[in-house]
Design a protein around this ligand. Structure first.
Ligand code: ADE
Length: 247
């Protein structure tokens, strides 16, 4: 999958993609990330990318010319890209959106917004605006990395174990069950006995129950949307009774 990132801070993007799983995905040829400096598409001596807002007010606005030049110049290679602008006002990025991008787009262009905004006319070249959450960042670089990271790990061959991205939080609709590794006792805290038992049926039931317990406690909103089985409903009942005893 191909990503083209347009930014005035290319080093931020380069730095993150040059380590760990993204680095390996690039080496394996599963993703190709090209970073483009928007300043290279300015035509003035000062390589200026922003200017004062018409009508007054605080902050600066991304000028249209460098962005039009950059987007049009990149698009000349004929690759069909889904064009995204990062913005706190966009569609909220979730695991479902990450899956949609991984499934539906062979190439994505991400324009990293900056300053107080981007000249509205640039949006004629954009397919959609994406927000990574209801808070305001100083720029779109972190947002673009979040999108690339979340989409990349869904692509076949990126994670070692093909099932690991399918079983995890959000794809099952629940938060993940607690995980433990050796030692079996650490500072007086023991790993739950059931996990040492080797009884796979009991382990599966325990994990499902703890995933339900965690979701009920921390993200009850997710439970309303999750597809719950009859067993889940029994487990939830048990959890609610246990929690009542604890109080
Ligand atoms: N730019 C500033 N804040 C942002 C957000 N929450 N998501 C995406 N881009 C942004």
């Amino acid at each position: 999958m191909r990503f083209d990132v347009l930014t005035i801070f290319p080093e931020v993007i380069e730095s993150y993609i040059s380590v760990s799983i993204l680095k390996r995905a690039i080496q394996k040829g599963i993703i190709d990330v090209r970073v483009h400096n928007i300043r290279d598409y300015t035509t003035d001596k000062h390589r200026q990318v922003d200017d004062y807002p018409y009508g007054g007010g605080a902050g600066m606005v991304f000028k249209p010319e460098p962005l039009f030049n950059a987007i049009e110049s990149l698009s000349r290679d004929g690759i069909k890209r889904h064009r995204i602008l990062t913005s706190p006002g966009g569609r909220v990025f979730t695991q479902d959106v990450a899956s949609e991008f991984a499934r539906e787009h062979g190439a994505i262009m991400i324009v990293c917004g900056r300053y107080e905004g981007v000249d509205e006319r640039v949006k004629v070249l954009i397919d959609e605006e994406i927000s990574i959450g209801d808070y305001v960042l100083t720029g779109g670089e972190l947002a673009s990395l979040v999108i690339i990271d979340a989409v990349c790990r869904l692509l076949p061959g990126v994670l070692g174990d093909e099932t690991s991205s399918e079983e995890e939080s959000f794809s099952t609709g629940l938060l993940e069950y607690p995980q433990y590794t050796r030692p079996a006792e650490y500072r007086g805290m023991r790993v739950p006995e059931v996990l040492l038992s080797g009884n796979h049926q009991m382990i599966r039931r325990w994990r499902r129950k703890e995933a339900l317990r965690k979701t009920l406690k921390q993200r009850p909103d997710l439970l309303e949307k999750a597809a719950l089985t009859d067993e889940d409903k029994i487990l939830l009942q048990e959890i609610k009774e246990e929690e009542r005893w604890m109080q």
